[in-house]
Structures are given as C-alpha cells and as structure tokens.
Design a protein. Structure first.
Length: 150
C-alpha cells in the first residue's frame, strides 16, 4: 500500500500514473492502522494469478445509509490496468447489496489527476473540504456517488 501511494517500485524508482510524491512524506499507513480500520469495515484485496502477492486493495466502511471508501491502492506497475476500477466496482456492488444508497470518499486537494479519475467513475465533488488528518496545510475534498436509483 505504501508503494502504491508513494509511486515507488521495488527498486525505489517512481512508477505508476499517480502518487503523493511531493505532497506527503513518510509511510502512508501502518499495519496497525490497517488492522484498526479492518475491524468496523471491509477490506477488499486483489491478487493476480491466484496465490501471488496482493496487488491492490480498497477499504469500505458502512455507516448507516452511507458507505465510506478509502485507501484505494494499486501496485504502481499495475496502475492503468483496470484493477483500481475493478476494486471500486466491487465496493459499489457491496454497497448495493447492503442497500447503502450513497458512497463517499476523500481525495487530497492538490491531486487533480486523481479527482478526474474518480469523476470518470461517477463520483461528484460535494464542495466539502476536510483538514488532512496528519496535519499540515493539505485539505481533503469529499466526493459522492449514488449507488441505488430511485
């Protein structure tokens, strides 16, 4: 997950079409944080070829009539392969199965390329801005998608 957010290949080179280089320093998350978030929600992981290593993941947490999607990450060399879109589609299907009509997610404000990607997936900016939880001048933009019609 840290490699995906930082855009680093196994050899330390920059890979993938999107990353947080120059915006956030240090590890993106820790094993403890992932385990804490797994308790109330659902963590979906993707492997390619059966028993291979995880190559992508996303976290889905239901909150009544809303669900929150976070930590979408795809191994840098596989970004632009459709794996991220597949993980999002699975979260959306899970929300529909649970009759959750609205999905929310947040994106760092400077990451215009990622905001555009989520908009292509049908997520719309709400206009709400949240402070970055790890301090500093960064803000998060909130995006929303309706999963149930009518």
């Amino acid at each position: 997950m840290n490699q995906a957010y930082r855009g680093q290949g196994g050899d330390g080179s920059v890979q993938g079409w999107t990353n947080e280089i120059g915006l956030v320093e240090g590890p993106r998350t820790s094993v403890g944080e992932v385990l804490q978030q797994m308790e109330p929600g659902v963590f979906l992981c993707a492997r390619l070829g059966g028993d291979g290593p995880h190559r992508g993941c996303v976290w889905f947490e239901p909150h009544g009539r809303e669900g929150y999607i976070g930590m979408l990450s795809v191994f840098p060399a596989l970004q632009n392969s459709g794996l991220g879109r597949l993980l999002m589609v699975e979260c959306e299907a899970l929300a529909r199965q649970r009759q959750i009509p609205t999905l929310l997610l947040t994106v760092l404000a400077p990451r215009a390329e990622l905001q555009a990607w989520y908009q292509r997936q049908g997520y719309e900016p709400t206009g709400e801005r949240l402070p970055f939880p790890h301090g500093g001048p960064l803000e998060l933009l909130v995006f929303r998608k309706l999963t149930l019609s009518g």
